[in-house]
Design a protein around this ligand. Structure first.
Ligand code: ADP
Length: 164
């Protein structure tokens, strides 16, 4: 186990699939933190649109040309977030806030994680206006009904959705 580094943020999520909203948050996180770890939730019983490995691959593709990309890590998270933070040494959990509804849930998660690991802080970034309406759920719904999601996801995700 490593000490928790406050310059290292872990950004956990389902990323099923990654959207332009996630991409925006990742780029901003790389401006703010020395190291950023994207932790892809990999729950054995939760079947997603894409497998955890596919989601990691999609994140790798969409971040390949980002400034600071050499300071970005992409991992799968199978257990508790606090254990992932301890394993990777991240002192900050980064999450995005799109609405008051997001905040209700996030505040509860942050308090719970802080109870389990006193060194861990959660930081929220407000969604950028251009992408604040985007969610993976919306993308899955539209894509599964044959709708056009080209304004909602990066090109590599669009190609992966088309190939499903
Ligand atoms: P989870 O199932 O853990 O909420 P998601 O992949 O849906 O995983 O979201 C991961 C994180 O990305 C969350 O903090 C969420 O608020 C944030 N996020 C998702 N979409 C956007 C967006 N359009 N703008 C800003 N943050 C977002």
């Amino acid at each position: 186990m490593t000490a928790l580094d406050p310059q290292h943020a872990i950004f956990p999520g389902s990323f099923d699939p990654p959207t332009l909203g996630h991409a925006d948050l990742i780029a901003r996180a790389l401006h703010l933190f020395q190291t950023v770890t994207l932790a892809v939730g990999a729950h054995p019983k939760k079947v997603g649109m894409f497998s955890p490995d596919e989601r990691c691959e999609l994140l790798r593709g969409l971040t390949a040309d980002l400034p600071g990309q050499d300071r970005l890590r992409i991992v799968k998270l199978e257990g508790l977030l606090v254990d992932g933070c301890r394993e990777h040494g991240a002192g900050v959990v980064l999450r995005g806030l799109r609405s008051g509804a997001d905040f209700e849930y996030e505040a509860q998660m942050a308090a719970t994680n802080r109870t389990m690991e006193a060194e861990l802080d959660t930081l929220y970034l407000g969604a950028s206006p251009a992408v604040s309406h985007l969610s993976s759920t919306l993308v899955r719904q539209i894509a599964s009904m044959g709708g056009d999601v080209s304004a909602l996801v990066p090109p590599n995700v669009l190609a992966a959705l088309a190939a499903l």
